[in-house]
Write a protein that binds this ligand. Structure first.
Ligand SMILES: Cc1ncc(COP(=O)(O)O)c(C=O)c1O
Length: 426
């Protein structure tokens, strides 16, 4: 990453860096293609695929599911984060292999789609929805789909939202399962033990419109904090202390028995491995680590394999890089940074993704990004022909997976299935 940004600065001709005073000359990173990507390319060609495509490698996905389940302590349930795995077929596959019937859902269209396709699943909202979206959800379902709605756990973060949901429950004659969002240190809103939580717990205990389902305490910041001087450990114990205080308050208000049945949700991909017993949480949620975009290249997730790639067909492969209006500078740039020697233009582009094969490719800051024909430059040994594929790794899955139509599933050297994705919605 650092090398990439330095190189981009060079191409942009930035002052001191351009003079080479602060950096060493880059080496040529181009070289032979990775046999794995050549195999993916052959599978795409055999399947007649000729447009930018999102690929999921099923063997790697399966290995990631097994890795995740293998890391869970006894009694810890797994909840599938639907937004990070945004395809009904992908989720169905993960449900089957992991044995999990729990989903974390993030918007009303997703909630409706999952209620229809998997009415038996237990859906927990991963963020509080406006009460109008909850109302739209109920009206989106046919009468026969009511049992799926009864299984939804609505996430609530404030007394005001609880009041709105109570009105909705009264108006629709539904009993709503309510899960409370805790702030265990992320400070993205949510509740802490104290008077407000107490009064909401009392409402949940007393109001016939509600049944109290549990807590969500999400803490992805922990993985981002430095380990130095015990900083991360302190934040982690602080998060668990806050969670424990909320549980104690729930026991005081509703009794220990009621609390023993609660869903105690925590974690996400970056932090699920911190939970080595069920003292605080009794379920962890994770999604991204099963397909592992680059933002999840962390030491804790090292056992997980990259399982999703963008394949983009090459339109043009040029033996020399030439930049409009800067033709005179090409020789100098190439002499300084051999990775700017050759150029490919691909179909599409401008995705949240990094090129990974052929090796040594990078975006060209001077030429700029393009969603139509993106320019990538590479070294002297870059060898790729028009209609072959460049491969990129997405930075994240939730938005990127939605940009390519049906996912191409790669298995045993072939594209074996196409999995439609969710409609785009935040
Ligand atoms: C409440 C909550 N839990 C868990 C997750 C974890 O998702 P992932 O594993 O894809 O990072 C998220 C992601 O945004 C979230 O908002």
């Amino acid at each position: 990453m650092l090398e990439l940004s330095r190189r981009n600065l060079m191409i942009g001709g930035a002052g001191l860096l351009g003079a080479g005073l602060l950096m060493s000359k880059p080496g040529d990173e181009s070289g032979p293609r990775d046999p794995y990507f050549l195999e993916l390319q052959a599978a795409l060609m055999e399947a007649g695929i000729a447009s930018p495509t999102l690929i999921v490698d099923k063997a790697r996905l399966n290995a990631n599911i097994d890795t995740l389940i293998g890391h869970l302590p006894a009694g810890m349930a797994y909840r599938i984060v639907a937004k990070s795995l945004p395809s009904l077929d992908l989720i169905a596959h993960i449900r089957k292999r992991s044995g999990s019937g729990r989903l974390m859902t993030f918007n009303q269209p997703m909630l409706t789609a999952l209620s229809r396709a998997m009415p038996e699943a237990d859906q927990l909202l991963g963020k509080p929805l406006p009460v109008a979206a909850a109302r739209n959800y109920f009206s989106s379902l046919a009468a026969g789909e009511a049992p799926a709605a009864a299984r939804v756990q609505w996430l609530v973060d404030t007394p005001e939202r609880l009041r709105q949901y109570q009105e909705l429950a009264a108006a629709t004659g539904q009993t709503l399962r309510i899960n409370l969002e805790l702030d265990v240190g992320l400070h993205r809103g949510g509740l802490e033990a104290g008077d407000t939580l107490k009064s909401m717990l009392e409402t949940l205990r007393d109001a016939p419109e509600f049944s109290f389902a549990g807590f969500v305490g999400y803490e992805p910041h922990l993985a981002a904090l430095p380990e130095a001087l015990g900083w991360r450990d302190r934040a982690r114990s602080g998060a668990w202390r806050r969670y424990g205080e909320a549980l104690m308050q729930a026991a005081e208000v509703s009794g220990a028995d009621a609390v023993s049945n609660l869903v105690r949700n925590a974690a996400g991909s970056p932090t699920y491995r911190y939970y080595q017993d069920t003292e605080v949480a009794n379920e962890i949620s994770a999604g991204s680590c099963l397909v592992k975009p680059t933002h999840f290249d962390t030491p804790l997730l090292e056992p997980h394999l990259p399982a999703s790639f963008i394949a983009a067909p090459v339109i043009k492969s040029l033996a020399h890089t030439r930049l409009p209006g800067l033709e005179f500078a090409a020789e100098g740039q190439r002499a300084w940074d051999p990775n700017t020697s050759r150029t490919v233009f691909i179909h599409g582009g401008n995705w949240l993704a990094d090129p990974v094969d052929p090796p040594g490719l990078s975006y060209n800051k001077t030429f700029g990004r393009s969603s139509n024909q993106e320019m990538l430059t590479g070294g002297h040994n870059l060898a790729i022909a028009p209609d072959e594929f460049v491969f990129l790794r997405p930075h994240q899955s939730e938005a990127v997976f939605l940009q390519f139509g049906d996912i191409a599933v790669f298995e045993d050297g072939r594209i074996t299935e196409r999995w439609p994705v969710f409609e785009a919605s935040a």
